[in-house]
Ligand binder design. Sequence first.
Ligand code: NAG
Ligand code: NAG
Ligand code: NAG
Ligand code: NAG
Ligand code: NAG
Length: 350
Amino acid sequence: MKWFFILSVIAWTGKPVRSSCPFEMSPARVVVRFGDPISVNCSSELDRIESMGWESVVGGTGTQFNVSSVVLEVESVKSWELRPICFINPVVGDQCSQTLSVTVYNLPESVSISQPSEMGPMVEGKQYRMQCDIVNVKPLRNLTVHWHKGNKIIATDTFDQSSPSFPVNTSSFYDLTAQRGDNGTEIWCDAKLDFLPDLHTIHSKSREVIVLYSPAFTKPENETLELSARSEIILNCTAEGNPTPVYSWHLPHAIQQNNQNENQPVLTPSPQLPGTYNCTASNSQGTQTKYFTVIEATRNYTTLAALLGVGLSLGAVLFVGLLFLLTPEGSFYCSKGSYMPGRPTSSGPV
Ligand SMILES: *[C@@H]1O[C@H](CO)[C@@H](O)[C@H](O)[C@H]1NC(C)=O
Ligand SMILES: *[C@@H]1O[C@H](CO)[C@@H](O)[C@H](O)[C@H]1NC(C)=O
Ligand SMILES: *[C@@H]1O[C@H](CO)[C@@H](O)[C@H](O)[C@H]1NC(C)=O
Ligand SMILES: *[C@@H]1O[C@H](CO)[C@@H](O)[C@H](O)[C@H]1NC(C)=O
Ligand SMILES: *[C@@H]1O[C@H](CO)[C@@H](O)[C@H](O)[C@H]1NC(C)=O
């Protein structure tokens, strides 16, 4: 046993006694979950082997003679650190050995998301530190944590500190600056060991983000509207905010006050009169005001004239076209020259 110990020490110092032994390990390296079995065949094509064996805390074979392969068999790996060594004593020459690379891993027992200040609604523009806790994971350096928001990965965290030889608890942090667009989205984290397929990824529960934000008008510009005989003017003050904004209107004429439901985002003044109207949309996060300038239609006949103009132009075009057809020998210049002066235009009253 002492002999094996010395052998191990030599292996650890990285100075193989002899480098010429052709070792064959199958599998070449082992990644095993704590508690699972392993079976590794160490063989050699060396011609003359006196003896060989596995030296290991568990599953060691002792020295075996007249063999060209030895199998390390562990029913259940119950150790976090395992360094089995396969050794060969050739008939001629020095002993040689090779250490098997074994990674004993533990999937996170739990992955959970938390926020230090008990997760109430967030406020737009403020920053919140979210925390993802991963319990009992090994090896830490192979852990990857992803942060998800909606269907996007917003951050990836790795832990490259020298891995302890036992499972540990760790946390990943994400600083979220609350934005109005985040309201209603889900945030969660997941943890995985990079050498395992995605199937073994462990997800936290998701958190719904609620963001409080001040009202913003759907149409933010002030508006100027012209009174018209044919249609009513509609003042649209719709705003989006969380909580839902409340509205209040300031109307220029006392007579209009009684006729309105003041808390509506959209208002149709009655009677329809010129003046400056304004509305405010407000909630706990702020107040916004929008102005509407309603003016008299200055030239009531413009529309009519425009219509008339369009009609006349169409008529003229048809007329010219007809003439062109009817006088096949007449040149284009001729007909155009003759009738152009009479052509009315659509630009205003003639
Ligand atoms: C170990 O490997 C050698 C060489 O490939 C093979 O001959 C032998 O059958 C293997 N032993 C076991 C138990 O699989
Ligand atoms: C764990 O991560 C280290 C460092 O990135 C890497 O060298 C090693 O191969 C990984 N372990 C496994 C089993 O893939
Ligand atoms: C990790 O956290 C778990 C549960 O909170 C606890 O039982 C365990 O002792 C912790 N492990 C370490 C290494 O701190
Ligand atoms: C914010 O999200 C909550 C929860 O999904 C939802 O009930 C609310 O309507 C949203 N508010 C706005 C203004 O989108
Ligand atoms: C709307 O008009 C008010 C008052 O004239 C002005 O203070 C404000 O900046 C204007 N808003 C926009 C978006 O133009």
